[in-house]
Design a protein around this ligand. Sequence first.
Ligand code: SF4
Length: 187
Amino acid sequence: MPKRIETVVFHDSSTPVLGDVQKAGSVVVTNFDTLLNQARANALWPLTFGLACCAIEMMASVASRFDLARFGSEAFRATPRQADVMIIAGRLSKKMAPVLRQIYDQMPEPKWVISMGACASSGGVYNNYAIVQGADQVVPVDVYVPGCPPSPDALIYAVMKLQQKIKHNKFGKLIELKPRTLEEESA
Ligand code: SF4
């Protein structure tokens, strides 16, 4: 298979012609995975979804004092079809578990999950028949946030850890989406 090199060219308003190096445009060479991971990691849109008291801390994380917008995650979406990350903020009851799973299934790939707080991660103080003893029994969890309640800073730190994780992803399947070479076209 022929070796493939991806070249990405950025420009600003002073370089109206994309990729025109003669007009002092900047040139960056990278691979496609890195570019895609950067875009995904820095625009993680959370689902508007709160289960209990932890949700108050989640709301505080987007307020001006903590300002989750600095990390590109302030756009909470009201539909799972536009969301990238589900933040399970609060205790998950057994009655709610199938609903949570359905909402998770409605989110498009790739998607991630943050389990926020002791209740979501392990049942917390609710060690009883009504509460799921860990949201990872229902959906795959990428990052766990400890505490009761975790502070907004802790949630922001979890988003940063998720960003790190995404930036190391390898999207092997995207190889199938690469355009065909001229030789393949003419064959
Ligand atoms: S971890 Fe604490 S703050 Fe969060 S839902 Fe449980 S009891 Fe409430």
